[in-house]
Design a protein around this ligand. Structure first.
Ligand code: PRX
Length: 664
């Protein structure tokens, strides 16, 4: 029986509303008693001597050579951590656990979409990673060469990442939801030598022929020498180009089974992960080995209060995003965790599947995105109540602000009122969690990510003069370097400095989010200040979507905004001006959606397209998105006097009203 007795929906709704009035949730006494960290002195201790604190965290890893200096800050913002130290991420994730005699511990309870199950132990990983690392070497991959990875949520994705780490080849993982064109762009930017992909990817009972689609776009990439294909979906007749394409199982079978982990410099690049910024061209975030591994292992241990001998930890993200890199792969494996890995969607084969998997695996920790929580909330509390979720002891949230109502629902319905919630704020750039409660110490306030992790220094500063704002709203900045910070944008040092360190100087990292600090010093993340949209926790640039939309031959101009959305946090709304006398139509909406799906991925398709005869522009020709957001969200219009033609707004408003009348 589940811990949460089924209650009638209305009563529950009222209870939640009433609880919103309550400000703080202290760590439950039971939880605090057993927590790894329960003394608030840890915050002061780390603040007094951050380098000492981080050095102690780094010492939990296995180093082949000790470091000479914890931090080299001689050339900001190009910081170096643990200089002179040597280590290997794959050794830390796998070998040392096998050497410590826990090789038969399950690293992943993998659950496939069609009910398949595979338990992968640390010893299994050790065997497979060595073979694939040798196979990559046979294929000509050397330390420093980039390897692309475009795989679904299957254990081989972890093996591929660790095999790269083992030989010092930075990986460049592309989320499976991105289109083949996006993969190509990312392979081209990073000059990847090898791409590891799959015959087909399964999604809700259908199989997408990934290899065939990849072939259509990847043919003319000069740098790409080999495509390795994992046989997963059992597709017959996978197209293979002789001399370029090989099967994963075949190269692994032929490879030498022993591949010692390379001893790599602490600053050796571990991976590149492309993310969206203000412009259409994605940014290649570069993370290195020693600092990143220190950051992810320490945060994973303390934020999730991890007890590797007894916990079953489930991070329900995709490995193609930073959350997957840091909290499905590197953090959990470094800590010897047993994780759940789920291949599929939250509603296939049925809407209770997450809870079924949680019950079956006796999951103790769940880390998910608010968008998923809101979806479950919509499906009703009766569904999770059918399953036994009593093993859960801690819940996490990531990727976007969590609204208090969803927070409370998560806490009550999924956590049975006994689990602390850690609302974790961070970014691809930060590598690891930066602002979060410590579950045995910090009182939570629903909707606030609370305080910086020990050793992290965050501030809210005024937009106009950069002065610290004691209480109130401003720009979020990080004022001291931290080990897992991005080192640069791959091959774009200038853009790195310009994007993050131009506004407030070379020692202050501009996050790109607005935030509010309350009277208790708690931080509340408001959202992005740049043209980045967060749809279901997926980060997209408006410019990226606009350039895909204008690729349609009938489109003259497009302006994309993120509009508040109950389900997905933000949703993409596109204002589109068509060429000449062309009229908007449902077919055109579908066609534009298809172009976006092909160029970026299905998840980037606009939820709403608004036909516009003209777009509001300043006299210098800049589109005023703020006004478009006001219109789309039905707010009173702000100042329009700076517009070249204020009449445009009246026309747009009536077009939007007309469209809304039709929608109803
Ligand atoms: O706006 C913030 C939001 O997600 C952005 C980072 O996106 P990405 O690099 O894709 O990484 C997402 C997973 C770490 C941030 O700039 N964000 C992330 N976590 C939170 C959040 N907003 C509010 N609360 C959070 N907990």
């Amino acid at each position: 029986m589940a811990d949460t007795a089924p209650r009638d929906g209305t009563t529950l709704e009222h209870e939640l509303e009433a609880m919103l009035e309550i400000e703080r949730f202290d760590p439950p006494a039971e939880f605090r008693r057993q927590a790894l960290l329960s003394d608030p002195a840890v915050y002061e201790e780390a603040a007094r001597d951050p380098q000492g604190w981080w050095a102690r965290q780094a010492a939990n890893l296995d180093w082949f050579e000790p470091w000479d200096a914890v931090l080299d800050d001689s050339d900001p913002p190009f910081y170096k951590w643990f200089t002179g130290g040597r280590l290997n991420a794959s050794h830390n994730c796998v070998d040392r656990h096998v050497e410590a005699g826990i090789g038969d511990r399950v690293a992943y309870h993998w659950h496939g979409e069609e009910g398949e199950r595979r338990d992968v132990t640390y010893a299994d990983l050790h065997r497979d990673v060595q073979r694939f690392a040798n196979a990559l070497k046979e294929l000509g991959v050397q330390a420093g060469d980039v390897v692309g990875i475009y795989l679904p949520m299957i254990p081989e994705v972890v093996v591929a990442m660790l095999a790269c780490a083992r030989i010092g080849a930075p990986h460049n993982v592309v989320f499976g939801g991105f289109s083949a064109e996006s993969v190509k762009e990312r392979m081209e930017f990073s000059e990847a030598k090898v791409l590891v992909t799959v015959d087909g990817a399964r999604r809700k009972g259908r199989t997408a022929p990934i290899k065939a689609t990849v072939d259509e776009t990847m043919g003319d990439l000069a740098s790409l020498q080999t495509i390795v294909v994992v046989r997963h979906a059992g597709l017959p007749d996978v197209p293979m180009t002789a001399g370029r394409d090989v099967f994963y199982d075949e190269v692994c079978a032929a490879a030498d089974p022993v591949c010692p982990a390379e001893s790599l410099d602490a600053e050796h690049p571990l991976f590149i992960l492309y993310t969206s910024g203000s412009t259409a061209s994605p940014k290649g975030i570069l993370h290195t080995t020693g600092g990143y591994m220190t950051g992810v292992s320490a945060t994973h241990r303390y934020v999730f209060d991890l007890k590797p001998e007894s916990d079953v930890y489930w991070c329900a993200a995709d490995v193609g995003w930073i959350t997957g890199h840091s909290y499905i792969v590197y953090g959990p494996l470094a800590n010897g965790t047993t994780s759940v890995m789920w291949e599929g969607a939250p509603d296939y084969p049925h809407r209770g599947i997450w809870w079924e998997v949680a019950e079956r695996t006796r999951a103790t920790i769940l880390y998910a995105a608010p968008t998923a929580i809101r979806t479950f909330m919509k499906w009703g509390h009766e569904l999770p109540a059918r399953y036994d979720l009593s093993a859960l002891r801690l819940l996490g949230s990531v990727g976007e602000p969590i609204n208090p109502k969803a927070w409370l629902w998560y806490q009550q319905v999924i956590g049975g009122g006994r689990c602390p919630i850690v609302d974790t704020w961070w970014q691809t750039e930060t590598g690891a969690i930066m602002i979060t409660p410590l579950p045995g110490i910090t009182s939570a306030k629903p909707g606030s990510a609370t305080k910086p992790f020990p050793g992290v220094f965050a501030d809210v500063v005024s937009e106009s003069d950069g002065e610290s704002v004691e209480t109130g709203q401003g720009l979020l900045v990080l004022t001291q370097p931290w080990p897992s910070m991005l080192r640069t944008l791959y091959k774009e040092d200038e853009r790195f400095v310009e994007t993050y360190f131009a506004r407030f100087g070379k020692e202050t990292y501009l996050v790109g989010d607005a935030a509010r600090r309350d009277r208790d010093g708690y931080l509340w993340i408001i959202g992005r200040i740049d043209d980045v949209v967060n749809v279901s926790g997926h980060r997209l640039s408006t410019a990226e979507v606009e350039s895909a939309i204008v690729a349609h031959e009938k489109v003259a101009e497009a302006a994309v905004i993120g509009q508040s959305d109950e389900d997905t946090g933000q949703a993409i709304a596109a204002f589109v001006t068509l060429n000449g006398e062309i009229e908007g139509s449902d077919e055109l909406v579908a066609e534009i959606g298809a172009v976006v799906a092909e160029r970026i991925g299905k998840f980037a398709r606009p939820k709403r397209i608004i036909w516009a005869d003209d777009l509001p522009k300043t006299r210098s020709g800049k589109i005023m998105r703020r006004l478009l957001r006001d219109i789309a969200e039905g707010r009173a219009l702000g100042d329009v006097t700076t517009l070249r033609d204020p009449g445009v707004m009246a026309a747009l408003e009536s077009q939007v009203n007309e469209a809304q009348a039709q929608e109803q």
